[in-house]
Design a protein around this ligand. Sequence first.
Ligand SMILES: CCCCCCCCCCCCCC(=O)SCCNC(=O)CCNC(=O)[C@H](O)C(C)(C)COP(=O)(O)OP(=O)(O)OC[C@H]1O[C@@H](n2cnc3c(N)ncnc32)[C@H](O)[C@@H]1OP(=O)(O)O
Length: 205
Amino acid sequence: MTTVEDRPLPAPEAELEYAAALERDAVQLRRIVDLLQRVDVDDPLLLDVAEELDALSEHLENPVETVTETIRNPGWRHDPVSGVENAIAPPIILESQPDGSVTAGVEFGLPYQGPNSFVHGGISAMVMDHVLSAATTPKDGPIFTAQLTVRYHRPLPLFVPLTVVARLKEREGRKIWATGEIVVDGKIAVSAEGLFIQPRPKAAR
Ligand SMILES: CCCCCCCCCCCCCC(=O)SCCNC(=O)CCNC(=O)[C@H](O)C(C)(C)COP(=O)(O)OP(=O)(O)OC[C@H]1O[C@@H](n2cnc3c(N)ncnc32)[C@H](O)[C@@H]1OP(=O)(O)O
């Protein structure tokens, strides 16, 4: 089987072009997921779409990286919340603010629906986990969520611009607490508090 190592490395310009193409692929896949939520279930077009998607998957199957290779090459461009190359990410683009907080703007569509016309609560929790952890992430290594408490104050509507904010609250050795909110129309809809822990160095485990 061909592995990533066996393949010749692309020239740097080509690599940039491929990364841009992967981002475009993710955009189109998100669009397909969204459109599939809207199409009538009795539309015969769905048969053609299934054929075309089958063919596309077959086309991709051959050169695709194996799971272990993917695990060895993590990166924020792939993560399920802000990963621009990951079609299941909304994606939420984070911005670090001068005061150390992290902010993000996002608008959710139908693929993220929970109760009728509102965002699924698990999606809100995932966003909070991600943005809180971004507000705590030290420069020198990974950090893990140890606890996450989410409070749902009011339903989060679909198709409305939302603002997400998170900030570091307290640090004690390897333990870091952060808080944050998802705000809609100036009102807090979801708030969260999390404890994040920098894992012990491997040698100390
Ligand atoms: C603009 C910015 C862009 C950047 C984007 C980046 C976004 C990134 C987004 C990515 C987001 C992805 C986010 C994700 O998805 S992270 C994935 C989800 N989380 C996990 O999988 C974590 C699983 N758990 C573990 O790995 C370990 O248990 C951890 C590492 C958490 C601790 O194991 P470790 O062996 O290190 O711990 P220790 O035993 O030495 O204890 C140390 C201290 O901690 C205290 N303690 C331990 N556990 C808990 C607990 N549960 N509650 C309360 N306290 C706890 C403990 O009492 C002790 O306190 P003290 O006695 O010292 O006072």
